[in-house]
Design a protein around this ligand. Structure first.
Ligand SMILES: Nc1ncnc2c1ncn2[C@@H]1O[C@H](COP(=O)(O)OP(=O)(O)OP(=O)(O)O)[C@@H](O)[C@H]1O
Ligand SMILES: CCCCCCCCCCCCC/C=C/[C@@H](O)[C@H](CO)NC(=O)CCCCC
Ligand SMILES: [Ca+2]
Length: 587
């Protein structure tokens, strides 16, 4: 294969002559008429070639084609460091080559196109794209049409675009409509939009596999379609934590070259029902209160979180609760080990082998049936009780612009575990110190009132009598809450008789939970400290206080590769040819 694709010849770029070589893995060109010491080689991995066009072609800012018969243009991924974040920004590199003859030009373009097909098996051909026109700064449509669509077209990707007209349209489409022929689903929006895609795809996959999502003990089937995220929301935490930068072009290029990043997913249950899935934050106390407060100020756009954060901080709350957790194997990794989950992470790779022992590569992952839970011996549950400022569970670092290292800087994207962060009640200034450390590189866990545990499952319950107390408050406050509960009922009532039973349970429970959710929403304005907070689940308020969470290792795959370490990329010259495909040219 490698030898069949090899091609070597002299080519011109402008008026300079280059020696160009295409091996199986790389396209390289070196200035020919320079002394050996001055010769610079540009090396582009075939896996990072975006497209090859005949003639002299430009794409951005506008497409222009000069159809000459001895020229061809190669488009590829070019890297640069981001000034404000840890990841690398990708942009579209372009080089126009001239050949001595048309025959040689055709040979180059044919060889390059064949190499692309051979070395990039996961490149999408057809994508389903959902655009939320109201996410973040309401620029979703513009971002897609001006920055992303021209790149997809260049890469030969055909896309079916749906601009949503209501919340949950994307989720419902994925649950019910024909998805034949699509390689992946792209969302243009924020974390809320991603969450819709997540729920739609996980739900659809379990429906087709005949699995019951409501049972926390069931081993769920991983989703066969990849998810691409074009960031256009307020927090864009999932994009930030999996790519390292918030940049639509970088994300579009990851989609085009078919990068594949597995992601852990946490299922949240109440009684015998599935409530929601989460990849980022399941948070009670401070983060729940901030979300509840921020919903009142949606008109402020992304700033609503800063405003609400201040209001909630000043309200100085803590909440009683019982937290039970199932620790993960401490020999595999620790949330305090000061490592970071970066592109090609060893901890995550070893987890793939542990979670899917019968598959040798990710391509055949979905055809196997496996049981990740039964491989693990369950271990001993630990229980703690007291008053907490916040209780947070995150499957990944949850880094974002507000917190560049995230809620748990050493958490892994795909290790089958989550990090449970317990912040015990403390002095307001100490809590401020904890929050402030999220914005710097200072260790937020190195404080006496903070604990962090790497876990496989968590249960949260209220101390005896606390729920009744909360119910009484509702009578006094007489606050009403809108009819959002139906949403959750819809989520769990999709198929089968078992789920209809679940629906009845949810309907009954939501009537009661009404009483526990409402006080916190109203408490902020009535200035009465409520007995309970609400759960923030990836930016959605949950209608239950007592929940059970379980982490499902690598349940979905994103078109991403984890955060690239800028410093390490510069030391790639010593790498073997195969590994070099992961580290390349940037100027
Ligand atoms: N056409 C629509 N009209 C109203 N709401 C929509 C529409 N399409 C999607 N939504 C909902 O809007 C919510 C917020 O969208 P999105 O996540 O894109 O932006 P955001 O909230 O600004 O960003 P982030 O979630 O990153 O904070 C999502 O929960 C989604 O369900
Ligand atoms: C004195 C300085 C204090 C600064 C405090 C900074 C603390 C920042 C921690 C950042 C945590 C982000 C967690 C991610 C949550 C997302 O899944 C979710 C959906 O987008 N966002 C929110 O709920 C939005 C809620 C964001 C809460 C801040
Ligand atoms: Ca994880």
């Amino acid at each position: 294969m490698e030898t069949d694709l090899r091609l070597e010849s002299s080519l011109w770029i402008g008026n300079k002559r280059y020696r160009a070589v295409l091996t199986g893995w790389h396209l390289k060109w070196t200035e020919a008429d320079k002394k050996n010491g001055d010769k610079k080689t540009v090396s582009v991995p075939v896996a990072e070639v975006v497209g090859v066009e005949n003639g002299r072609v430009e794409i951005l800012p506008q497409k222009s084609v000069e159809d000459t018969d001895k020229d061809f243009t190669v488009f590829y991924v070019k890297r640069s460091r981001s000034r404000s974040t840890y990841g690398l920004l990708w942009s579209l590199g372009r080089t126009q080559f001239s050949c001595p003859s048309r025959v040689l030009r055709d040979q180059w373009t044919n060889h390059l196109r064949t190499a692309l097909k051979t070395h990039s098996p996961l490149r999408p051909h057809r994508l389903l794209v959902f655009i939320n026109p109201f996410g973040g700064k309401k620029k979703g449509r513009e971002i897609y049409h001006s920055l992303v669509a021209p790149l997809f077209e260049l890469a030969g990707i055909s896309s079916h675009v749906i601009v949503t007209e209501r919340a949950n349209q994307a989720r419902d489409h994925l649950l019910k409509k024909d998805l034949t022929g699509f390689d992946g689903v792209v969302c243009v929006g924020g974390d809320g939009m991603f969450s819709e895609i997540l729920h739609g795809l996980i739900g659809r996959t379990q429906q087709e596999a005949g699995l019951c999502e409501t049972d926390p003990a069931v081993t769920l089937q991983p989703c066969p379609l990849h998810i691409g995220i074009i960031p256009a929301g307020s927090t864009d935490c999932v994009c930030y934590a999996t790519v390292g930068v918030i940049d639509p072009v970088t994300s579009a290029l990851h989609i085009i070259i078919g990068d594949s990043q597995p992601l852990d997913v946490c299922s949240v249950h109440h009684a015998s029902t599935l409530v929601r899935y989460s990849v980022s934050l399941v948070g009670y106390g401070f983060y729940g209160d901030v979300l509840a407060e921020s919903e009142k100020h949606r008109w402020m756009g992304p700033l609503r979180y800063d405003y609400s954060g201040t209001v909630v901080y000043l309200s100085n709350r803590s909440y009683a609760g019982i937290v039970q957790y199932l620790p993960a194997d401490p020999l595999l990794s620790s949330p305090r080990d000061k490592t970071r989950c970066l592109s090609g992470c060893n901890v995550c790779s070893r987890s793939t082998e542990r979670l899917f022992p019968h598959t040798s590569d990710s391509g055949s992952l979905y055809s196997s049936h496996f049981s990740q839970y039964s491989n693990d011996s369950e271990g001993e549950w630990v229980s703690v009780e007291g008053r907490f400022r916040c209780v947070s569970l995150t499957c990944m670092s949850s880094s974002c612009a507000r917190s560049p290292l995230g809620l748990s800087p050493s958490a892994h994207l795909a290790d089958g575990t989550g990090d449970l962060i317990l912040v015990w009640d403390t002095h307001p200034l100490s809590f401020l110190k904890f929050l402030y450390r999220h914005t710097s590189t200072q260790d937020q866990f190195d404080l006496p009132f903070v604990e962090v545990h790497r876990v496989k499952a968590v249960r949260f319950s209220l101390p005896d009598g606390r729920e009744e107390e909360a119910h009484e408050e509702i009578g006094e406050l007489n606050c009403a809450r809108g009819g959002e509960e139906r949403e959750y009922v819809d989520t769990v009532s999709r198929n089968g008789s078992q789920q209809q039973l679940a629906q009845r349970v949810v309907e009954r429970e939501t009537k009661n939970e009404h009483k526990t959710v409402a006080p916190i929403l109203c408490g902020l304005c009535c200035k009465k400290t409520p007995a309970v907070s609400v759960w923030n689940c990836d930016g959605e308020i949950l209608p239950f206080t007592e929940i059970f969470c379980r982490i499902h290792g690598q349940l979905v795959r994103l078109y991403a590769r984890g955060i690239e370490d800028g410093a390490a990329m510069q030391n790639c010259s010593q790498e073997s040819d195969k590994n070099k495909s992961r580290c390349i040219t940037y100027k």
